[in-house]
Write a protein of this length. Sequence first.
Length: 574
Amino acid sequence: MTALTIALAEEIGNPDLFIGRKQELDFYLKWAHGSKDLLSKSQALLSRRKKGKTALVQRLFNILYSQADPKLIPFFFRVPERPLSTVGFGLEFYRTFLSQYLGFTRREPKLINDLLGMSELKEWVKDDPYLSRDILRMEEAMATAPESVWSHAQAAPHRFATFHDIRIVQIIDEFQYMNRFIYNDSALTSQVDLCHSYMGLAESKYAPLIVTGSYIGWLTTILNHMTARFRDRELLSLSDEEALEAVYNYAGISGRPVTETTAAYIAKVAYNDPFYLSQIVLTDQPDLDLTTEAGVRTALQFETTYGQGFVAKIWMEYIAEGLKRVNDTNGKKIVLYLAKHGQEECSREQIHKDLKLKISDDQLAERLFKLQKADLIAKGSSAFRFKGLGDPIFAAVFRKHYAEEIERVPMHSVAEAFEQEMQSLKGEVAQLKGQAGEYRVMYFLLLATARGAKPDQVIFHPVDGFTLNGFTNMKKKTFYRNNTNSDEMDIHASSKDPNGMDLIVEVKNWKGRVSNKVVETFIEQKNRLVLERNTAFLFYSENGFTENQEQLLRANHIMYTTFEKLTGGIPSGS
């Protein structure tokens, strides 16, 4: 298994905070490698802000970089959220592409995040006639034909790929901003529809594209005019298991205690959304207590209150941007009305009648289209039907900010309704708790590390040299012995210390003690593993071992622990 190099700095911050998305990563990795046989068609990845799409495509970039296949080169470009001329934008695109191309081909990860200037690029490529000539042509375009700068820059990935018979996977993040922030002139007065300049290049099989967008309605409108150049996919919430893994991971890394019940409750009240999960656990709310359901609801109330929480801040920015298109009370009424109906579709006639709107049907149709394009409502099963976003957290933020203005509902009544909604999710928690498995043990190990626990405080008979100095990339891992046989380990954790010991853990959270056969099987797995790094082995049994099993584990240099030992030895946090 190739070690992951974080060549492209990831927006998520700590790389260990990236959780789940296995199905999506598998799809895009298969798609990327399929491009080597000229089979891959350009893709559009759609999701609203903070759903995790940028984290996903950045991780895809870093996996492809780490695989170091000389025939498959990744390129990541985020469209800037600032006004630029086509010349300025083209130059930035070109410099970013060449910097990353050199970072990959020369195996210099520092270049991936370093936007080299033209003179620096010329110095780097002076031994490469093809690259030197391409840079010279860009300089000539800037000097004599600025209108051709963007076309020269835009076509560079396809041009390089066809010349060298390689594949370049292009990832353009926030693609729709090309139609908002780019201008034809240096005075920045004449906007240009730059997205449609990809009508031809989107068909490239040598440099296929993944474009992403945070405004689904907006980007979908653009793509609909590009005659099926892209196949689109929407990034959904995490699975139940991934959501639990994320809660335990965030809590362990941050050193914030949760219980088995509240971990499942956090996943439920966050609706498995990775952004909401992270913000509940990592909230700045004073006197945070995530060990009770009431404490979790308090954290969510804080996060969805404008002026306090980051969730509310992000959504209010999104809402304010959308309402610029329909800046009147009718628009707000429509959003609130559909938010209350959740995923239930409402006809245009029904909306007009229920809200008693004093506007014409044509005016209502115009407002609905603009609100849908702004991603404040969603299109239903026909052009005449609409629905809310199906996001209760968005609905809560919107109600808190606008319900009093629109419906004269007191703020405390809105808060009470939200509290009741969160309470209603308690019944779903029990069935989710049991899925925690090894993620709960990962959490305890991370928490022990964050709290500075000594090995003998949480583990019986730790082996010589083993420390809790920090782990990274805690995951299930499959070790392949040959083409047909493998051993799957419940937890594999890499030590952050280059000279430290990695850790492999077997997790049995059974109601009773484990059998001798299970212990013997783990010993057999340990003895046949061939590992590159010094590795310690740990057997976790929720409810203990027999004396004979303890002796057997010690004789085979395997550490062991129980729920009582592991949790009881973790120092209290501040």
